[in-house]
Design a protein around this ligand. Sequence first.
Ligand code: APR
Length: 252
Amino acid sequence: MDTTPIRIPAELVAKLRQAESVAVLTGAGISAESGVPTFRDAQTGLWARYNPEELATPEAFQRNPRLVWEWYEWRRQLVSQAEPNPGHLALVEMERRAPRFTLITQNVDGLHRRAGSRRVIELHGNIVRTICSRERLVVEQWEETGEKPPRCPRCGGFLRPDVVWFGEMLPAHALQAAIEAAREAQIFFSVGTSAVVQPAASLPFEAVRHGATLVEINLEETPVTPMAHYVLRGPAGVVLPALVEATWPPDV
Ligand code: APR
């Protein structure tokens, strides 16, 4: 294990302290330390033989709705047992300190809100919410008959999670708000995302085009790395608290 302490550049600390406007894009990597598996890690246990990219699609749901529903039931259970980690909490503190702050997440686990972040754009929806696959309206209650997926109490269509699947459009207002936040950010953080799924993956580039300082926090190299002004290699649950503490030291 690499035990080198994370070095936070003093120049970055100074920029963050002075920034009027900060935006952060997060991906599955920020929840990894809460025990929620990332998408592109190999799956374990029961689901090891399935590729998430083949389950999270409208085609998969059409072909085998029960399989897809059960996979989300399993993920929902993991998420309900998970707790926000120090990375999520450091972003709550960053929001408290930065004059303007937007958190854009690709995660559907709801952990940012549970940690206490307030201005959160959930680009890919939220796994806790359920919608009718026909009417696209949120459904709060339904009868459990044992049938999977359960049926919409209004129209009888299958229920599904309120998440964006591969090949589906993102909610237009959420995407627009994310683009605006990227354009106005003086500092833009790309945290724990492989930055390969569009359109979220283009947000760091949009930010740089509009003059932002780009910071990547990830265990590995990604397509964002060559564009980044600062690359902090390490777990988000260690790097983010170190950055926040260096920038706004706790009162003594
Ligand atoms: N700290 C920081 N980064 C981490 C950590 C960690 N503790 N653990 C993993 N990572 C990094 C990995 O190196 C990888 O780059 O997080 C990234 C996770 O990548 P993905 O699994 O591809 O997740 P994400 O980028 O969020 O996927 C985007 O694709 O599957 C769809 O809709 C789904 O929202 C998802 C989107």
